[in-house]
Design a protein around this ligand. Structure first.
Ligand code: 3HC
Ligand code: NAI
Length: 705
């Protein structure tokens, strides 16, 4: 008897229940259990109908993604189970709650009827893993919900709620009372009717749901926004097959294309990313039974660009926020920006005006520290200046109640020094949000040398509750992301001084799939902001003794070219469009002359990619060897969620394994020779050297067991 699938008779109805925490994934044990249970349903004459339900917080969340790594993985195993269920003559009703995703929804579609509790969401998110639904989802969904909706759901991977699913005929009933009882009632009713069961595989796609240009438009939209993800184009082919071919043929098309996706490097990278993101939330060495601090109210100090966005994150999930500023004028301005942001979201139909008011009422402005005394967590987001921050944190150390957590949103300053300024460093950590803080998913959680374990664990859990992807970083300049950005920007600037144009550098980097090249990125963030960071770093003694280091950004700033906001930076802007500017070429040539850098015209895209990204990977290796980051996957999670690194490359460290660490080391050595290494720019991380010597990949981490 299966340990994860049970069968209980309730009168003439068999209740088949999957109980495989945490998300009832459809792995081998579950498939085998289902097979056995439904064979019993088939063979036992006393059973007239069946309900398929799940224990725990959700229906089946899909196939077990980890199984896809096996070289001999065989998707036809899903079909055996699903076809067997659908082939029964006794009605089978799926009872859905939580989420029915991927293979979970496909399983439900193989049942004859579906009922759901009100909050249920259903979807086929395989595309986010570089896959397509491989258990006949691309064939059954269009037949029951129409081609148009099915194509949209499968290609975007976005789930829909129970109400929408009911409208589309995807589910038959929403059960507002007890779900299992409701499902049993439907099963009994169907059995009593003694009518043939409804099998989706025997249905045709309704032609009214196939607009003439459906597939052409979908392909056009892919052409406009190309991606390295292998699935979308193949998804279109599958849904086309559902429309034009009989079910068994469509299933064959799907099986072939699913296999192509599964074997692709890009899907392997996307599957890696799925687990890396979840692994990043785990902190090695913390006791499992650690009790966490409760966060019911939050304080934010500073209502500028970051403070406002940070406050919104909490209001969005119903946590009240006190937002503190020094002057009423700054406070009013900050609150007005928050309101405008919410109103814009409402205009796009994503929230109601009621939601706007509710969220605004949760954010209360104040000029008095006394109002922060009751907060469970206070995050400071004032100017990036050590003296000001020390002062603010000192004050917070005094006013915050005992046990409250104090966090800093600093992007570069020493979190340990800030922690000491509070006088209670165990309560302190860094919460490095990314701009815009209400949108960007990444949160670097900076663990200070004295941060208490329960403080760290509490903030990791809270981060998830506000929809962030948290990654722990140790204390160092720039933490994980900005520290790795530094050599990337350094080489960008040297390449510009050697004669590459900003457009050439950006094009080369973007050709890899990065959302934005470095020059566009700085123009958008502000040349002045970037130059200031370099100056502060210099003041703190962190820069190499090289007058040419990041000279371009300083010069552009000095010339008033602050980026897109001043319509000139690395580019000139015409109607917000970046255009190459001969003035920048002149500035770079002058700087080259000044610093004795030889200009040349033979810079290739490959050189740009190698010079910008291989030192970034090298810095990632240093971050690992210093213990700043727990694992390569954490670094990849940072780069995908915070810096637009393409997820289908898996992040820089995963990508490094794809290229081969020895090749990266060889090219770093080459540039060290070709460009000279007086400042140690091309020195290799000891970890990288060890990896080459021992034949290790980042995927083999941790190297010492
Ligand atoms: N396979 C294997 N493990 C899975 C899984 C899956 N499909 N879905 C979730 N898990 C694991 C996670 O890795 C995590 O493990 P951990 O506790 O060891 O870190 C645990 O379940 C809990 O997951 P989350 O932290 O993500 O929990 P949430 O409550 O935040 O979210 C969820 C729940 C919405 C179900 C989310 O886990 C999710 O989106 N899961 C993936 C859904 C998906 O992509 N399904 C399609 C799979 S591919 C497929 O079905 C192919 C088929 O067509 C043949
Ligand atoms: P900002 O200049 O937009 O906002 C700072 C706000 O703090 C201003 O409204 C100012 O009035 C207020 N403030 C200054 N001193 C104060 C004090 N003593 N008490 C209360 N309020 C005070 O700056 P921004 O961009 O929001 O940055 C804030 C922090 O966030 C900095 O540490 C910065 O490094 C960090 N950060 C910024 C990012 C960005 O992209 N802008 C990204 C990640 C972190």
């Amino acid at each position: 008897m299966s340990t994860v699938v049970s069968l209980e008779k309730r009168g003439s109805v068999a209740v088949v229940c999957i109980d495989k925490p945490p998300v009832n994934a459809l792995g081998r044990a579950v498939r085998d259990g289902l097979q056995q249970a439904f064979e019993q349903v088939r063979d036992d004459d006393a059973i007239k109908a069946a309900v398929l339900c799940t224990a725990g917080r959700t229906f089946v969340a899909g196939a077990d993604i980890a199984e896809f790594e096996a070289p001999d993985f065989d998707a036809s195993l899903f079909h055996q189970t699903l076809d067997m269920i659908e082939g029964l003559d006794k009605p089978v009703v799926a009872a859905l709650h939580g989420t029915a995703l991927g293979g979970g929804l496909e399983l439900a579609l193989a049942c004859h009827y579906r009922v759901a509790s009100p909050g249920t969401r259903v979807g086929l998110p395989e595309v986010t893993l570089g896959l397509l639904p491989g258990a006949a989802g691309t064939q059954r969904l269009p037949r029951i919900a129409g081609a148009s909706l099915a194509l949209d759901m499968i290609i975007t991977g976005k789930p829909i709620d129970a109400g929408r699913a009911l409208e589309a005929g995807l589910i038959d009933q929403i059960v507002k009372t007890d779900l299992l009882e409701g499902a049993i009632a439907v099963a009994e009713e169907r059995a009593e009717q003694d009518a043939p069961v409804r099998r989706i595989s025997e249905m045709q796609v309704d032609p009214a749901t196939v607009p003439e240009s459906l597939f052409q438009d979908a392909r056009e939209s892919l052409r406009r926004r190309p991606t390295g993800n292998p699935a979308p184009e193949r998804i279109i082919q599958c849904v086309e097959a559902a429309v034009n071919r009989p079910f068994p043929e469509g299933v064959q098309v799907e099986a072939r294309l699913f296999q192509e996706c599964r074997e692709s490097r890009e899907s392997a990278a996307l599957r890696y990313r799925f687990f890396a993101e979840r692994e990043a939330a785990k902190i090695p060495g913390l006791p499992k039974d650690l009790s966490l601090r409760e966060i019911r109210t939050v304080g934010v100090v500073g209502a500028g660009t970051m403070g406002g966005g940070i406050a919104m994150n909490f209001a969005n999930v119903g946590i009240p926020v006190k937002l503190l500023e020094v002057k009423q004028e700054a406070l009013d301005k900050g609150l007005a920006v928050i309101r405008r942001n919410y109103e814009n979201t409402a205009k796009k139909g994503r929230i109601s005006m009621d939601d706007v008011e509710k969220r605004m009422s949760l954010i209360q402005g104040t000029l008095s520290y006394d109002d922060l005394a009751g907060a469970d967590l206070v995050i400071e987001a004032v100017f990036e200046n050590m003296d000001i921050k020390r002062q603010v944190l000192g004050r917070l150390g005094q006013v915050c109640r005992e046990g409250a957590i104090i966090a800093s949103n600093t992007s570069t300053l020493d979190v340990d020094e800030l922690a000491r300024a509070t006088g209670r460093p165990t309560d302190v950590l860094g919460m490095h949000f990314f701009s815009p803080a209400n949108v960007m998913r990444l949160l670097e959680v900076v663990r200070g040398e004295q941060t208490a374990p329960d403080v760290l664990a509490t903030v990791m859990k809270l981060a998830k509750a506000i929809g962030k992807v948290p990654v722990v970083s140790g204390v160092c300049y720039g933490f994980i992301g900005n520290r790795m950005l530094e050599p990337y920007l350094r080489e960008t600037e040297f390449l510009l001084m050697e004669g590459a144009s900003p457009a050439q550098v950006d094009r080369a980097i973007q050709s890899l799939g990065l959302a934005m090249g470095p020059c566009r990125m700085i123009d958008l963030a502000g040349v002045d902001v970037a130059a200031k960071v370099v100056q502060e770093h210099a003041k703190a003694g962190g820069l190499p003794d090289d007058p040419a280091y990041r000279a371009v950004v300083q010069k552009l700033m000095a010339e008033g070219r602050h980026g897109q906001k001043t319509e000139a930076g690395y580019y000139r802007y015409e109607d917000r469009k970046p255009v190459d500017d001969p003035e920048v070429a002149r500035i770079c040539a002058e700087l080259a002359e000044e610093h004795g850098i030889q200009q040349r015209s033979d810079i290739t895209d490959q050189e740009i990619i190698e010079r910008c990204l291989y030192p970034l990977i090298n810095e990632g290796a240093r971050i690992l060897e210093e213990g700043i980051s727990y694992r390569p996957g954490d670094i990849d999670t940072v780069w995908i969620n915070g810096y637009g690194f393409p997820d289908w490359l898996g992040g820089p460290m995963f990508w490094a394994d794809t290229i081969g660490v020895p090749e990266i080391a060889r090219r770093l050595a080459h540039y060290g020779e070709a460009r000279g290494n007086a400042h140690g720019y091309w020195d290799q991380a000891a970890l990288l050297e060890r990896m080459v010597a021992d034949g290790l990949r980042f995927a083999d981490w941790p190297f010492d067991g």
